[in-house]
Design a protein around this ligand. Structure first.
Ligand code: SME
Length: 160
């Protein structure tokens, strides 16, 4: 019988990865931190197919760093548009378990099945966000949400 692999992030693994993120940040410039974190997240969690960091510039989200199989055409997203723009406007994490059922969704990759967008919040409010696409349906749980919100808090001062 075929094995059903969920590959979902466990709490133990999330804790371990958060320590890795902390270690990765040491001694790096702001841009290097953002670059390194997208790479680390993507290479560490099998369900994270594409990982990007957008920075808020005026009323637009501008793609800053990404790691994944291919580039996205959505390098600039107006606040309020797409899942990304919605999360930035609301200032809270959005999880879409099936992107084909969400009318807000802006498609980047035809293989994407689910998505999580986590705002990066500094003293002045939302300064950017972590956007992750998964080729697996319903890939993101409360564990991913809490983990990525912790990552966003750690990198906030590298995004201002
Ligand atoms: N799907 C996003 C757009 C960004 S790409 O996923 C990289 C959205 O709906 O806002």
């Amino acid at each position: 019988m075929a094995r059903v692999a969920t590959q979902k992030l466990s709490r133990e693994r999330a804790k371990e990865l958060l320590s890795k993120v902390e270690a990765e940040i040491q001694g790096k410039s702001q841009g290097e931190v953002r670059e390194a974190v997208t790479k680390l997240l993507r290479s560490s969690v099998p369900t994270y197919t594409w990982v990007g960091i957008y920075l808020l510039k005026g009323d637009k989200l501008v793609l800053d760093a990404w790691s994944g199989p291919s580039p996205t055409e959505h390098t600039e997203i107006p606040v309020g548009k797409g899942i990304c723009g919605f999360a930035a406007k609301a200032g809270r994490t959005e999880i879409v378990s099936d992107v084909s059922k969400d009318p807000r969704y802006l498609q980047c990759f035809s293989s994407t099945k689910s998505e999580i967008v986590v705002p990066i919040i500094a003293d002045k409010g939302v300064v950017g966000e972590i956007d992750i696409d998964s080729d697996q349906i319903d890939a993101f749980s409360l564990v991913d949400k809490e983990f990525l919100e912790a990552v966003a808090r750690k990198i906030a001062r590298y995004c201002v």
